[in-house]
Design a protein around this ligand. Structure first.
Ligand code: XMP
Length: 504
């Protein structure tokens, strides 16, 4: 029993899916032109038609399969979705001279879709077309000062349209609107994390049976949770953890200890020398990434051969990856997207991807149920190529040794000051620049270390974090004291865009 979201290309469609999940209902996103058969395969209880850049006047614009209107399901159209519903059921839509974009406030609202909303209702608009005449029997249920038709409903109160985007945070009471729609449609709200975990355990046991399952552990939350899931399901699994020598201080030991304590069959490969040797003389960031990716595949494959044969490869692919690559359900072969540094295309494994319907925050909730310690569960993202892309220029054992200690001081001080979870990601970058300083009576040349901390929701855009001055002061003096090779500490105050989060 699901809510099917038909995607007409809005930048916010994924957010609709997330919000529905937050309300503990199950949602599936399909392309807006999905056939009625494809939709029915998901046992829909309701359909949401998303917004999108097209106009109903555009003959080439995406249109839903008209047979969906014969299913008798409750429908909610958002923006373009609303225009399409109005147009389909016999109303009129007109092109506006100007695009309305940004905040608006409802001057009145009524009806079941707005039940329980109170006070000033701010909504987020982003549209050009608007509704000029309603289908027979429909009526307007919300207006703003600028717009006389902000929400509409059909006579039987089963079909709704909203001009605004209830799924975005700039519509603060939007979740309530979506919740009301679920209530009207009688969508079950039983998808608690516990329920999801039980379903996944069942699925993994069913798919794996007594087959041997291989996976790559990276120490990140997705692969760690996946390993725990397999362990909890009692599946015959082997997690290979490739230590490429580019990890943070004590990271390998922490991952080994944590996962093994929780019953994961973890095999580590110490391949630091091999990676460092391959990286010798390479300063170009993309070349570093390619070299690390290539070595990773080789090491992983060798170890898998040694420990094999295996029947299935488990991957922590998440729902956004599936949407991005328009993946199909079932036992697809390895795709070009992957989340563990690049697994071999030549591996002819069947895939087990239990998280392919989940968002990252849902995986974090599962991780909590599976008792993954917060140290790993709530850890900042860490790039697959590790510290190699935080050492500008060539990666050498000496530079790694410097950066690893400086990074550890930065991160542990953030934790000590209670600031670690206030930022999305924090990192230290070792620059090749050496600048002058004084030590006693002597002039001394030390490396310039850059600290970076950002706030973000998904890493796509980021703001530099305004860490307290006294914290920066404390951390700079700690780093220069504990890592004498560093002579100067600077703090990066660039946002993304125009910069990226990493320096390489
Ligand atoms: P940028 O630097 O592109 O980073 O703003 C966005 C997020 O991606 C991470 N990142 C990587 N992750 N392999 C990875 O697995 C990479 O090559 C890579 N480069 C950047 C970065 O840490 C941030 O979280």
């Amino acid at each position: 029993m699901s809510v099917v979201i038909l995607d007409f290309g809005s930048q916010y469609t994924q957010l609709i899916a997330r919000r529905i999940r937050e309300l503990h209902a199950y949602s599936v996103m399909l392309t807006g032109t999905a056939t009625v058969k494809e939709i029915e395969d998901h046992q829909p209880k309701a359909i949401i038609l998303s917004g999108g850049p097209a106009s109903v006047f555009d003959p080439a614009g995406p249109r839903p399969d008209p047979r969906i209107f014969e299913l008798g399901l409750p429908l909610l159209g958002i923006c373009y979705g609303m225009h399409y519903l109005v147009y389909h059921f016999g109303g009129q839509v007109e092109r506006a001279d100007q695009r309305e974009y940004g905040r608006a406030h409802l001057v009145c609202y009524e009806g079941p879709l707005f039940a329980g909303l109170s006070g000033d209702v701010q909504v987020w608009m982003s549209h050009a077309d608007s509704v000029s005449a309603l289908p027979p029997g429909w009526h307007v249920v919300a207006k703003s000062a600028e717009n006389p038709v902000v929400a509409v409903q059909s006579a039987d109160e089963r079909i709704f349209g909203v001009q605004f985007h209830p799924e975005v945070v700039h519509t603060p009471q939007g979740l309530r609107v979506l919740e009301n729609f679920l209530h009207i449609a009688g969508v079950p709200r039983d998808r608690t994390p516990k329920h999801t975990l039980n379903l996944l355990l069942h699925e993994v046991r069913n798919r794996a049976g007594d087959k041997r399952v291989l996976l790559a552990a990276s120490g990140g939350v997705d692969s760690s949770t996946l390993a725990l899931l397999l362990a909890r399901a009692g599946v015959d699994h082997t997690a290979i953890f490739v230590d490429h020598g580019l990890l943070r201080l004590g990271e390998r030991e922490e991952v080994e200890r944590t996962l093994r304590n929780l019953g994961v069959n973890l095999v580590s490969v110490d391949a630091a020398d091999r990676f460092l040797c391959a990286l010798k003389g390479i300063a170009d960031p993309e070349k570093k990434r390619k070299t690390i990716g290539g070595e990773f595949i080789a090491v992983f494959e060798e170890k898998a051969r040694e420990l094999g044969p295996f029947d299935l490869l488990a991957q922590g692919t998440l729902y956004p990856d599936v949407i991005e690559s328009a993946g199909s359900k079932g036992a697809a072969m390895i795709k070009s997207h992957h989340n563990v540094g690049g697994l071999p295309e030549t591996f002819n494994f069947m895939l087990l991807e239990p998280f392919r319907d989940l968002f990252k925050d849902e995986v974090r909730k599962l991780a909590q149920l599976l008792e993954l310690p917060d140290e790993i569960r709530l850890r900042h993202p860490f790039p697959g190529p590790g510290l190699a892309i935080r050492i500008l220029g060539e990666v050498t054992p000496k530079r790694l040794h410097i950066l690893r200690r400086a990074d550890a001081v930065f991160i542990s001080t953030l934790k000590e000051w209670g600031l670690y979870h206030e930022v999305w990601q924090a990192l230290a970058v070792l620059t090749p620049v050496r600048s002058v300083g004084v030590s006693g009576d002597e002039r001394r040349y030390g490396y310039v270390l850059a600290l970076r901390a950002v706030t973000s929701t998904d890493g796509m855009t980021a703001d530099w974090a305004q860490l307290p001055m006294d914290f920066l002061d404390a951390v700079a003096s700690r780093i220069t004291r504990l890592v004498p090779e560093i002579g100067r500490v600077v703090y990066d105050i660039t946002s993304k865009p125009p910069a990226t989060i990493e320096w390489e």
